[in-house]
Design a protein around this ligand. Structure first.
Ligand SMILES: Nc1nc2c([nH]c(=O)n2[C@@H]2O[C@H](COP(=O)(O)OP(=O)(O)OP(=O)(O)O)[C@@H](O)[C@H]2O)c(=O)[nH]1
Length: 133
């Protein structure tokens, strides 16, 4: 039976139209790949609540729910689970994103996203970001 994993992710876009990528740390699955900040939606959470929590935990920034706009989603079968991942876009937050869990961060122009190896689920999201920024 397929296990569906629901993950909320966010493209943070700065004033220059660059998008924040975070590198998955050593020891995690898919280590070294660049991804959009976010994480698994926990029991009883809405995806927006997940993102507000994860963006604070991972990056130390404060995001208002009104600033999270749905952009697109990924639906991708990995070997051991199926990932369903809504991708939000956010252009306003409080604070400066820092890799609070030791992860490397990079601000990347949409046209350069393909230079950064990403999880397979993320590839189809890139054209949507090219359109959006
Ligand atoms: N945050 C995020 N997760 C992604 C992206 N693309 C993608 O396939 N994922 C996958 O979605 C899951 C997110 O899990 P997570 O970040 O909350 O938790 P984790 O790494 O501790 O989980 P894991 O080590 O059990 O896989 C991971 O399996 C991750 O590889 C993405 O762009 N952003």
């Amino acid at each position: 039976m397929t296990k569906i994993v629901l993950v909320a992710a966010c493209a943070l876009v700065d004033a220059d139209g660059r998008i924040l990528l975070a590198q998955r740390p050593e020891g995690k699955s898919m280590a070294g790949l660049w991804e959009f900040p976010g994480g698994k939606v926990e029991q009883g959470e809405r995806p927006e609540e997940t993102l507000i929590r994860e963006l604070e935990e991972e990056l130390g920034i404060e995001v208002n729910e009104a600033c999270l706009a749905p952009l697109t989603f990924a639906s991708h079968s990995y070997e051991d689970f199926h990932l369903l991942m809504p991708l939000f876009i956010c252009r306003r937050w409080n604070g400066t994103p820092l890799g609070k869990e030791g992860q490397a961060l990079k601000w990347v122009r949409a046209v350069r996203l393909r230079d950064y190896p990403m999880p397979a689920a993320d590839e189809p999201l890139i054209p949507h970001l090219l359109d959006a920024v």
